[in-house]
Design a protein around this ligand. Structure first.
Ligand code: PLP
Length: 495
């Protein structure tokens, strides 16, 4: 299986090549030329296997050139206990009839990004060997909070790699900040950017686009790569948990083979929900994908009206990993749903960068409407949903998951669709103690790691080990830079 660019260029690349390169030469994103099928027999065979087997099987369908045993080695190492604190790795929680939460935060950094970033370093370093790149790779990451920490944990002390993370100085929670600034490892760097997530992401993209800088780094033995969710190696491991959750519903006899399930996904950069879309295209029986946004509702407008318009105010919210105006991975959906029309995708992307908006064709709009429904949830509703879910069901959810759950409740009211639905739960509530405490009527006057104990005392729920141990850690990384200083920061890091 080969990969092509969403902007229609002619080059065809192997899985190892696209994972090494991250972004295509024409500025597009790599997508598979054809999508492998997952049959009912495949699903039946996976029901009785543990998570690493399910993941390796699903990933293997996309990763020609990687051995089956090789991938299984990686998934077994990535999703092992005690690194993951639940043997199911991605367990389902049943809240009530037809409503499930897929908990993707049992890994080392307590957010769903671990699902991909625990395995990406192995996929990437192997890809470099396969493609004959014998330089050290420097990973640059722009993060809205969770990716940064998950990438740091994934790449820390991996031979042949260095990693530098940029986060928006005032756009992440106190726990998230301390998680990153106290990161251990000999190949890591962490820098605060004086701006929002889009500023940080734009800065990283500019560094990647700077050929002169690449040549300079190449001379000193480095190549740059991205662990952001545009890398195909990030997406493939995410497809696996959609398949796995379906197997779990069959095993629990909540569904019969072939029955449809909906997924409701709290969305920012459109990576997580895109993985669900690929699972659907593979043949997993999915009814609707519900794309949940917070107050930054650019995607809700897009799926409602066919207009993508980033010319709007940016809001800093209690669900910072969704505070995004340019959802990079949407480009892949544009490509798939426009019948692989690279010229149309190029034109949309050109309009997005020149005018900040584009309008899709009516054909595209109706194709999107068949599979995806958008919805958004404001700040007060986010807090109320956390409180209601805890007070009525004693189930504690984080702000991102609350956005998704509220959007699902609204969707059901609006449409009457009663298909069993899995809400994708993307972070431990303990990552956002400040907001969760506020939602429960106990606002704190500071935002530090001490809040972990406060939340634990209030709810009697155990905080995950990696967060409980943050207390008393001192920051190792304290530098902050203006967006214009990011390149110099990378230079300094690699010097
Ligand atoms: C990254 C993240 C999201 C958004 O995921 P995308 O793949 O960017 O759409 C949602 N919730 C949490 C907790 C995250 O870390």
């Amino acid at each position: 299986m080969l990969y092509q660019s969403t902007r229609g260029g002619n080059d065809r690349q192997t899985a190892a090549q696209v994972i090494t390169r991250g972004i295509a030469g024409d500025g597009g994103l790599y997508v598979p030329e054809s999508i492998p099928r997952l049959t009912a027999e495949d699903i039946d065979m996976l029901i009785d296997t543990p998570y690493p087997e399910r993941a390796a099987y699903t990933m293997g369908l996309f990763l020609d050139g990687y051995g089956k045993d090789e991938i299984l080695d990686y998934t077994r190492a990535a999703y092992a206990t005690p690194k993951f604190d639940d043997p199911a790795v991605a367990p389902l929680y049943k809240l009530g009839k037809g409503t499930f939460f897929l908990e993707l935060w049992h890994g080392p950094t307590c957010a769903f990004k671990d699902m991909a970033l625990q395995v990406l370093p192995q996929l990437l370093t192997s890809a470099m060997r396969k493609t004959g790149v014998d330089r050290e790779v420097c990973i640059l990451v722009a993060t809205s909070g969770d990716t940064g920490k998950a990438a740091l944990e994934g790449f820390k002390d991996i031979p042949g790699t260095k990693i530098m993370v940029f986060y928006p100085r005032d756009g992440v929670s106190g726990v998230q900040k301390l998680q990153m600034t106290s990161q251990e490892g000999n190949n890591v760097g962490v820098v605060a950017v004086e701006g929002n997530f889009d500023d940080a992401q734009t800065g990283v993209k500019a560094i990647f686009a700077d050929e002169c800088f690449s040549r300079e780094l190449s001379g000193s033995g480095y190549i740059l790569s991205s662990a952001n969710s545009i890398n195909w190696g990030r997406l493939v491991p995410q497809i696996a948990y959609y398949v796995s959750s379906y197997c779990d519903l069959l095993a629990a006899e909540e569904l019969k083979p072939g029955d449809k399930v909906n997924f409701c996904v709290p969305t920012g950069n459109f990576g997580n929900i895109l993985a669900a879309y690929y699972a659907l295209k593979m043949g997993l029986p999915i009814g609707k994908l519900i794309c949940a946004s917070n107050r930054n509702d650019v995607l809700t407008q897009f799926f409602g009206e066919g207009v993508y318009d980033k010319n709007r105010q940016f809001h800093t919210t209690a669900s910072p990993s969704m505070d995004i105006l340019v959802s990079s991975n949407l480009e892949r959906l544009l490509f798939e749903l426009s019948n692989k029309d690279g010229a149309a995708v190029s034109s949309y992307m050109e309009q997005l960068s020149s005018r900040g908006r584009y309008t899709v064709s009516p054909e595209f709009e109706s194709a999107a409407g068949e599979v995806i429904a958008g919805g958004s949830c404001g700040e007060e509703d986010t807090f109320a949903t956390i409180a209601d879910t805890y007070n009525e069901r004693r189930y504690l959810i984080d702000t991102h998951t609350a956005v998704a759950y509220k959007v699902l409740l609204d969707y059901r009211n609006r449409t009457g669709d009663d298909t069993p639905t899995i809400v994708v739960s993307t972070a431990s509530p303990y990552k956002f103690c400040d907001s969760v405490l506020r939602a429960l009527g106990k606002p704190a006057d500071h935002d530090g790691a001490g809040l972990i104990d406060e939340l634990a005392d209030l709810t009697g729920c155990q905080p995950p080990g990696p967060l409980a141990s943050l207390k008393g850690k001192t920051p190792r990384f304290t530098v902050s830079v203006d967006p214009s200083g990011m390149k110099a920061a990378v230079k300094g890091f690699l010097a």
